[in-house]
Design a protein around this ligand. Structure first.
Ligand code: RAM
Length: 355
């Protein structure tokens, strides 16, 4: 039932996102936007700064912003999707400053570091701009943002991923992790959770973590790292890639090496990019959530603040259109879904048309 609802909502989100591309939002060239508006002009100016541009995962998340904007009225918003080409700890700093200079009301940011942006977040908030982390929170730095919008409970993701791989390799043998960047708040959390599960859960005592490598959410680097893993560890049984860029890159390398089914690959990815690998037997199953929901909820939260007196504080509620009511918990972390979804040959095509 839940999945059917997700599909239906996802379909309408995509349709609305496509329709909205002609107005209400734009993709800004880095460093290029200087048309500041007055904060009192009635237009809600929203920035979304992803970890890096060219990452299809964040484009899907951005489509959720467009969808909510098209529902609420394109003429009421100015939505700007802008960010760095690469996902280093400090590569987003200038984009936050630029958003403030350009009269942003709210900045949504998939932060590349838990602490490197604290100062620039403080500057933005002192200038009256709301700062929301999205897709992952800044652990230990929560006092520097207003609230967080997360896809699911990220603390549970690492354990789910090692269990998924364990089932595929019969709880035995060497495996590796191909992560994104070494500083990414979500990635570091998942790598640590996988290590903790491995150390503490007796179910995994016959499994061994051979290496953790980093593809920086870049396809070429991820592929290079995957090739190096295959030659360094000829007995490798599996790879977990909890990144939407890294997962298909590893799959491509495993397929080219003729190792489909011999080296199991799983992780987090977009169904649209993974469907072919599932059908080719390179990836049995993988997980994700609905990235569009995050942007969709974010826009409704800004709307509620502008129009309904909502303030982003624990206990405060707002209505997020088709997704219903959300209340900010004491942690400040709003979860869009309870748990990740599993994709395999039985459902990947259904979701591949959505994101
Ligand atoms: C990557 C990013 C992102 C992660 C997704 C699944 O592109 O690292 O943070 O949540 O994949």
């Amino acid at each position: 039932m839940h999945k059917i609802l997700s599909v239906l909502l996802g379909l309408s989100l995509i349709a609305a996102a496509l329709a909205a591309c002609s107005g209400g939002g734009r993709d800004a060239a880095p460093g290029g936007d200087s048309a500041a508006t007055n904060a009192d002009d009635g237009i809600m100016r929203i920035y979304f700064i992803p970890k890096n541009l060219g990452n299809p995962y964040f484009q899907a998340l951005s489509a959720g912003f467009y969808d909510a904007i098209s529902e609420l009225g394109e003429d009421k918003f100015d939505y700007i999707y802008t960010g760095p080409k690469t996902a280093e700890a400090t590569s987003q700093t200038d984009y936050v400053r630029e958003a403030v200079q350009n009269g942003a009301d709210a900045i949504f940011i998939a932060a590349n570091s838990n602490d490197a942006l604290n100062e620039v977040f403080d500057e933005a908030r002192a200038a009256g701009v709301r700062v929301y982390t999205i897709n992952q929170d800044i652990r230990g730095g929560e006092a520097h943002r207003d609230a967080a919008i997360l896809p699911v409970d990220l603390d549970a993701v690492g354990a789910a991923l090692i269990e998924l791989l364990a089932q595929q390799i019969d709880y035995e043998g060497q495996f590796a992790i191909l992560s994104a960047t070494t500083d990414a708040p979500d990635q570091t959390l998942w790598v640590e959770s996988i290590k903790a599960e491995l150390a503490n859960n007796p179910a995994y005592e016959r499994m061994e973590l051979a290496a953790v490598v980093y593809g920086d959410d870049q396809t070429e680097k991820s592929a290079m790292e995957a090739e190096a893993l295959l030659s360094a560890y000829p007995d490798l049984k599996g790879v977990i890639a909890p990144t939407a860029v890294g997962l298909p890159a590893v799959c491509e390398v495993v397929r080219s090496a003729g190792l489909a089914g011999k080296v199991k690959v799983t992780g987090l990815g977009l169904p649209s990019e993974m469907a072919a690998f599932v059908k080719a037997g390179v990836c049995e199953s993988f997980q994700l959530w609905n990235p569009l929901y995050e942007g969709y909820i974010g826009v409704y939260m800004v709307w509620a603040e502008e129009n309904e007196g909502f303030l982003p504080e624990p206990g405060a509620s707002f209505s997020a259109g088709k997704l219903g009511k959300y209340t900010i918990p004491p942690s400040g972390r709003i979860l869009t879904l309870e748990a990740p979804m599993l994709y395999d040959a039985s459902n990947v095509d259904v979701y591949a048309v959505l994101f």
